[in-house]
Design a protein around this ligand. Structure first.
Ligand code: C5P
Length: 228
């Protein structure tokens, strides 16, 4: 299991200061809308400059018509800076297949994940859009994703095992909403701890606030890695 740290602080300077503190650890860094829209590709270069062995997950959740998604995927892959990015499974199998066909021959292409159901949905609001319960629809999305040649999914830790059982054990699950040692959930609805994530074969845990709000981010990163 790998630790992926969300860089969700309000400025590039604060995110880079956080990364400086944990630069000697084997972790992934998640760059989302806020940082990428504001700080762009330069920010990715700044992260790699701190430690070239950091792995970068660009969390832009692509969703558009197949050709436009594939164009974006190709640009991201050609950066040579991004180790993993994601798309929405609800864009459909055609879109996911088009993305994978476009980037398959790019040397060292990034891993690609697809978002199943956003963890901000409760079952009722999810059903209004998809006419189905979250668990069964997340499973169906995961199967579509797997059949499209995508490397894995973004899901909650509660779906990780079910998704692996219905696809393949090597199919990647990346799970946000992790509170490693039972920290405050904040606005997350369905949180899991490190033990639960391990038992459910989660490949990547995404942790934001429990690390960057901690007075000593290095100590919590060290403790998580010791317990992984
Ligand atoms: O601070 P916290 O650990 O809750 O951060 C979780 C991170 O994972 C945030 O960057 C959030 O945007 C992201 N995320 C999520 N749920 C999803 C997809 C992404 O919490 N379904």
């Amino acid at each position: 299991m790998k630790l992926c740290i969300s860089l969700d602080l309000p400025s590039a300077e604060e995110n880079l200061a956080l990364v400086e503190k944990i630069k000697d650890y084997d972790v992934w860094l998640k760059v989302g809308f806020r940082s990428y829209i504001r700080d762009g590709k330069t920010f990715l270069e700044d992260l790699k400059a701190i430690n070239p062995s950091f792995k970068i997950f660009l969390d832009l959740k692509l969703y558009d018509i197949p050709n436009t998604m594939a164009d974006a995927a190709e640009e991201i892959s050609n950066f040579g800076l991004v180790d993993m990015f994601n798309v929405h499974a609800s864009a459909g199998k055609n879109a996911m297949t088009t993305v994978m066909n476009r980037i398959k021959d790019i040397p060292n292409r990034p891993l690609v994940l697809a978002v199943t159901a956003l963890t901000s949905f409760d079952n009722e609001s999810f059903k209004k859009i998809y006419n189905e319960d979250i668990t069964s629809k997340a499973r169906a999305f995961a199967i579509d994703t797997y059949e499209s040649g995508i490397d894995g999914v973004v899901s909650s830790a509660f779906e990780s095992l079910d998704i692996k059982n219905n696809t393949n054990k090597s199919f990647i699950t990346l799970c946000p909403g992790i509170r490693p040692f039972g920290e405050d959930a904040g606005d997350q609805k369905r949180v899991a701890d490190l033990k639960f994530a391990k038992e459910n074969l989660v490949d990547f845990i995404v942790v934001g606030r429990p690390i960057y709000k901690n007075e000593n981010p290095e100590s919590i990163v060290k403790r998580i890695l010791e317990n992984i």
